[in-house]
Write a protein that binds this ligand. Sequence first.
Ligand code: GLU
Length: 488
Amino acid sequence: MPNTEIRVRIAPSPTGSLHLGTVRTALYNYLFARKNKGKFILRIEDTDQERNKDEYTKEILDGFNWLNIKFDEGPYYQSERMDLYRKLAQKLTNEGKAYHCFCTQEELDELRKIQRAAKVPERYDNRHRNLTEEQKRKFISENKKPVIRFKLPDHLDIKWDDEIRGHICVNTNDLGGDPVIMRADGVPLYNFAVVVDDGDMKISHVIRGDDHLHNTAKQIPIFEALGYSVPTFAHAPLIFTHDREKLSKRKHGDIANIDKYQKEGYLPEALANYLVHMSWTQPDNPEAEIFKLDKVIEKFDLGRISKSSAVYDLPKLHWFNNHYIKEKSVEEIYNLAKPFLVGAFHETPLQSMYPKEQLLQMIDSVRAGVNKLDEISGLIRFFFDDKFNLNEGENQKALSSENAKKILDKILKSTDSFNFKDSHECKKKIDDIGKELGLKGKDLYWPVRIALSGSNKGPDLGLIISLLGKDKIKVRIEKALLSVISPY
Ligand code: GLU
């Protein structure tokens, strides 16, 4: 009987940090579960004792939490389910559907060598499939520890209708021989544990990366041998880089892991939108790029996931992130950016220099131009200290003109008449000084901007003046004038 309730799962292995591709697959599972009023399950596949790390499990859980991907069940841990795998492996062995294989590593290496030399595909030749009782006794007496292999049917086309890839057919003879399901130390291998769990947890749809296509062909006969109903499969394309390489931590470093995006101030909803959009568009609005996940649940359909590989594109992700940063209220951005600011200005407690209202104004004045939250601190840093360099390049050039000196002198003498509470009035004051001196545009603004902020670009000049206030303005202009007179 097929599973009638929709139940899907994501099953990461804690052998590395949370990968972007896993998150994308999780998002497809999540959308599918919500659309079908089904259940979404988290299973940690932690049977590989040598490569598992608790810190990876923690990162995986934190990452999903940060992305606001919620599960209905789990996390289940495979390491807590060993008895079940052992029991079922024993059952298959008793029923003659699996068998003990005593081949040593040297024997298997030798076999591979011969196959390579003969230029035939490498595969286990199932040589221990039909050992006699006597042969088995002999191996045991030699103290050889057997693995358990599953008997794959010979020359059988394994076929399924994949929800994304369409009709798939893989012959069992192309699967590398009978797969090991249990190691000699009683630890199950992926292809077995995953079937036991998907079967036992009544998973109706297995939605995962298309690097598992061959595994699926191995797993279907195992489902059948264990008497579980075979789930429906959907294999989503993997993420590749522009140079057509599979996105991986080993080759591409941090960009493959969710961690980086969390640390650098990407918004989770922007990342989720970007990842889903890589291979899926809305049926009624395929042009739309920006969408909130909960708004597209009703429209979600596995059949609309593209078969071709997704391409990682950082500028595009930045475009999404910038959009979401602009869409939030300044208060929200302030709260989200605070950890980055505190990190950047650890020597300057944020609110000891400016009241919150002014901090909000600062952030609001730069946020439209940032791709991620960790860029904000660099753009507003000059409000907190004047450690910028006036004696270099554009800065020095702009400040060393006769006009610059006149403007700065004039401002210094008239600071008492500025109304620092009103940024428009501050800006007007500068314009008035410009009129008096017959200067405008960059001839007027650049020296002022540079003297006050160390850059000829940035937030509105009136806002800079009003937020810095009289004392800081005076100190900075004096310093700038001094640098003009004696630049070294
Ligand atoms: N633990 C497997 C992996 O991380 C799960 C694959 C699957 O979804 O079956 O690749």
